[in-house]
Design a protein around this ligand. Sequence first.
Ligand SMILES: C[S@@+](CC[C@H](N)C(=O)[O-])C[C@H]1O[C@@H](n2cnc3c(N)ncnc32)[C@H](O)[C@@H]1O
Length: 297
Amino acid sequence: MLELLAPQRGQCLVDCTVGLGGHARILAERLGPEGHVIGIDADEANLLRAGEQLSDASCRVKLIQGNFSDLEELLKGCGVERIDRILADLGLSSNQLDDPERGFSFQGDGPLDMRMDRGQELCAVELVNRLGERELGDLLYFNAQERFSRRIAKEICRARRHARIRSTGKLAEVVASALHVDPESRRSKIHPATRTFLALRMAVNQEMESLRGLLAQAPRVLAAGGRIGVISFHSVEDREVKVDFRKRAQEGLYSIMNKRPVVAGSEERQRNPRSRSAKLRVAERTDQPWEARLETC
Ligand SMILES: C[S@@+](CC[C@H](N)C(=O)[O-])C[C@H]1O[C@@H](n2cnc3c(N)ncnc32)[C@H](O)[C@@H]1O
């Protein structure tokens, strides 16, 4: 990330997913005292932790609670028009995933919440109990490419006729029963409810819509020579980033810094198993689109 994003002293960088401030802290060191980090996160609790992590950063730091899909508006609010670097490390932080109260995981029972921004009204419990069988099946299939989407949707609808599905534990049980598997005795390391939980989380937080919003605004706010780096964690997200960068490169707006995504090496995967699905893509904003360059020739 440091090599490809290559932050320079004095630059202005936006960490769109500042999380616990791990990346931002390392990047801030490179920017030096004249630099500026703007950290965005939807999750207020994470933003507080990022504040602690960045409290002794040498550069200027501004933290904003918000969604990166509002990037241009959030920057306007800070009086910033052009930026040099954008980083988005998509998805959830480990503390969000591991806290049963947040309802993101089937490991440990908790309420079916799944909101990154706890000020938002829509929770997973509403989707699970209110969507029709067909809509539920589509959601599982299109968001997470769940092969057994129809079977799972049918079983969810059957189970909720008896009682509302309120907890992560109950949902995981319903999915396992739809697929006739006992998660405890499975040979595969992947829990049968993995894709169902991913698809619901993506819907609750409108993750694809937010990513598309960020990708659309990035070329408008990046200065010439500015770079955007996106770390994605599943194929649907990665494809969106890849296709967007390619399209902008054809328009002459970006040059792609790495044709193949950067992935974690075996040592990193062993140390941090959650890095196994991470893919980093970086693009650089060219100075002008081709049409404008031709006009000036
Ligand atoms: C993988 S973590 C980032 C961890 C961070 N890079 C670090 O070093 O600590 C993703 C973070 O992005 C936030 N997030 C995800 N989607 C978001 C969005 N659309 N807008 C704002 N924040 C978002 C999550 O709340 C979470 O804190």
